[in-house]
Design a protein around this ligand. Structure first.
Ligand code: AMP
Ligand code: TRP
Length: 345
């Protein structure tokens, strides 16, 4: 049996989404809707691997849902839902906790970064996070996962888990008619798009992130035009004018980042941007960059603010998405339980 192509991806409802999320992941999500069956999740179970204020969390789940839809995800065509409403995620994650090996998780760089020096005090959930992410994808037997560059290692782990599960339970999988012995597909990362790694506006060597303490480091999808202009104005640069060829960006992390962002926002290539702005001072370029960011983001910000006025409508979209997600995940989980040797009710 060949496994049908299916897209799955998710974002954490912690803080507000930023330009890195938008350019690194969401543009691909929107594009893939044209060609694929797509499932887009607000991963609230992942969010609580670090402390979340319950009231804030609830607001963030709705805010991220609104941003998804305002940016162009169509809940009629794609499935949009929040993870905790579909039990399959937590159930399959437990099974994967028993498939993945400690040694595999010990290699995860994101855990090391997030846990920092106080590792003994990190939650067990933060450590097991990649197993839950594998469960998110494989509960739907999804084949394609559009993400930013930072998620590559987690996807490799998901592939290892799929492969080990298929191997460990090969006999039962074949018995159930999966003749090639493949129950879970190897999910493919889709790390493409104009800017797979958007860097901080304050430090071109650090990625733009929700968790950066400085709000000046990122452009949020909730920032108004003045705030965007101010943040771009304050973005770190070097004293040289812009080069006219991409080679001239080498060793100039901040310049490279701003040019990349502009290219992505204006739908242009980096060489085309440099052909236009080569020799210009950053002050002139920053003006154009702020304008491009506002033109692209303002409609999304306005639409999500409008949607946030009616939280009940957002909750209805999430409930509908969860029902449709369950329809796909439940029969897959039933089969997983049979394969593992559980007795179903
Ligand atoms: P997160 O904000 O960690 O939930 O990430 C959600 C999605 O956005 C993931 O696919 C990330 O890879 C992507 N992403 C987050 N930050 C960036 C960034 N600075 N540049 C590019 N992609 C990003
Ligand atoms: N770990 C991802 C991030 O921090 C979010 C995520 C959770 C995800 N589950 C997923 C992404 C499944 C893709 C597929 O960005």
């Amino acid at each position: 049996m060949t496994i049908k192509e299916r897209v799955f991806s998710g974002m954490q409802p912690t803080g507000t989404l930023h330009l890195g999320n938008f350019l690194g992941a969401m543009l691909q999500w929107i594009e893939l809707q044209k060609t694929h069956e797509c499932i887009y999740c607000v991963v609230d179970l992942h969010a609580i691997t670090v402390w979340q204020d319950p009231k804030e969390l609830r607001r963030s789940i709705r805010q991220v849902t609104a941003a998804y839809i305002a940016a162009g995800l169509d809940p009629a065509r794609s499935i949009v839902f929040n993870q905790s409403q579909v039990a399959a995620h937590a159930e399959l994650a437990w099974i994967f906790n028993c498939v993945a090996r400690l040694g595999w998780l010990n290699r995860m760089t994101q855990f090391k970064e997030k846990a920092g020096k106080d590792r003994e005090n990190a939650s067990v959930g933060l450590y097991a996070y990649p197993n839950l992410m594998a469960a998110d994808i494989l509960a739907y037997r999804a084949t394609h996962v559009p993400v930013g560059d930072d998620q590559k290692q987690h996807l490799e782990l998901a592939r290892d888990i799929a492969q080990k599960f298929n191997g460990d339970f090969r006999a039962g999988i074949e018995e159930r008619g999966h003749a090639d012995g493949i129950f879970f597909p190897q999910p493919e990362p889709v790390i493409t798009g104009p800017a797979t790694r958007v860097m901080s506006l304050r430090d071109g060597t650090k990625k733009m992130s929700k968790s950066d303490p400085s709000d000046l480091s990122r452009i949020n999808l909730t920032d108004d035009a003045d705030t965007i202009a101010r943040k771009v104005q304050k973005a770190k640069t070097d004293p040289e004018p812009l080069p006219s060829e991409p080679d001239g960006l080498k060793g100039r992390a901040e310049a490279e980042n701003l040019v990349g962002i502009y290219a992505a926002l204006a739908d242009q290539t980096v060489p085309a941007v440099l052909a236009q702005f080569g020799g210009a001072q950053f002050s002139a370029f920053k003006k154009a960059l702020a304008e491009a960011a506002v033109a692209r983001l303002a409609p999304i910000t306005e639409e999500s603010a409008r949607m946030m006025q009616d939280p009940a409508a957002i909750d209805r979209i999430l409930a509908d998405g969860a029902a449709r997600a369950r329809e796909i995940a439940t029969p897959i989980m039933d089969e997983v339980k049979d394969i593992v040797g559980f007795i179903r009710a």
